[in-house]
Design a protein around this ligand. Structure first.
Ligand code: PAF
Length: 278
């Protein structure tokens, strides 16, 4: 695997790849787990060369969030990527990505980025969209992969790509879960042993909502309310549980199908998100 620490070095990959060669980009913030590795493997099916990126993007963290303590495990990450057969790793220093304050930023519309997680993390999706746009400009991939666990992020990126006419295919990777159902996340490592035992309840409650919808319930508000209560009863402090349309994450009408149930909740000081397509 080739390590690229500069923009110039990564740009040269596109130039060297030659005509007709497909490049896949898998952006990450590191601390890689099986979910990331599944994306790398999936990327291989769509491209001749896979480029992983590791960059903890300060722009998408709000003051007081976990930017400083976000887990960084570069050596172990490199080993996993090597094992996964990834050809290129782009791991720039902050000064390479943001040599001066990033005054031009991508502002996704509030109807997409100010709802759900965006309501609790104002500006988060602006930071995500901005860094992803920069990564796209630098790597110039044919295809890019993002995990469905960050469902709203995936929607924002898809829409950004469409509206800016970027010639990049966006692929969503299925969420990878631990044996008890907890979605793999770099932030799971923040959970204490006792919290880790409780953590599966997030998935359990989402599963219950999804099953109720599949069984014909259309009382979205009632289902969300019951889910919040159940999460609270198992020690979680929910920010939201929401049934939305998969396509645009807007409120569904009673006739809509193609839904997703999304949740964000805190267990102790750890905030996790998860979702299930229905
Ligand atoms: O999902 C993530 O890890 C990040 O939000 C991303 C897409 C790498 C942008 O920093």
């Amino acid at each position: 695997m080739q390590l690229h620490e500069t923009i110039a070095s990564l740009r040269a990959v596109r130039a060297r790849a030659g005509p007709g060669k497909r490049l896949a980009l898998v952006p990450t913030m590191g601390n890689l787990h099986e979910g990331h590795i599944a994306l790398m493997t999936q990327a291989r099916d769509h491209a001749d060369q896979v480029i992983a990126t590791i960059f903890v993007n300060r722009l998408q963290f709000r003051p007081g969030e976990d930017f400083e303590k976000y887990p960084r495990s570069f050596a172990a990450d490199c080993e996993r990527l090597e094992q996964a057969g990834v050809e290129h790793l782009f791991a720039p220093a902050e000064a390479e990505m943001y040599p001066q304050p990033q005054t031009y930023q991508i502002e996704p519309p509030p109807g997409q980025a100010g709802i759900l997680d965006g309501e609790f993390r104002p500006g988060h999706f602006r930071g995500v969209a901005t860094v992803v746009m920069k990564l796209f400009q630098i790597a110039q991939p044919d295809v890019a992969l993002f995990g469905k666990k960050d469902y709203q992020q995936l929607m924002v990126i898809r829409n950004m790509v469409r509206e800016f006419n970027l010639p990049i295919e966006i692929i969503g990777g299925e969420t990878v879960r631990a044996a008890d159902g907890l979605a793999l996340s770099s932030r799971n490592g923040y959970l204490s042993a006792a919290e880790r035992v409780q953590a599966h309840n997030l998935y359990r409650v989402l599963t219950k909502v999804a099953e109720a919808v599949r069984a014909g319930s259309r009382n979205w508000g009632g289902l969300e309310h019951d889910a919040v209560m159940e999460l609270q009863a198992s020690g979680w402090i929910p920010d939201y549980v929401a049934l939305r349309k998969k396509l645009d994450l807007q409120l569904p009408s009673a006739h809509d199908s193609g839904l997703v149930v999304l949740a964000a909740a805190r267990l102790g000081s750890t905030r996790l998100i998860d979702n299930l397509e229905v």
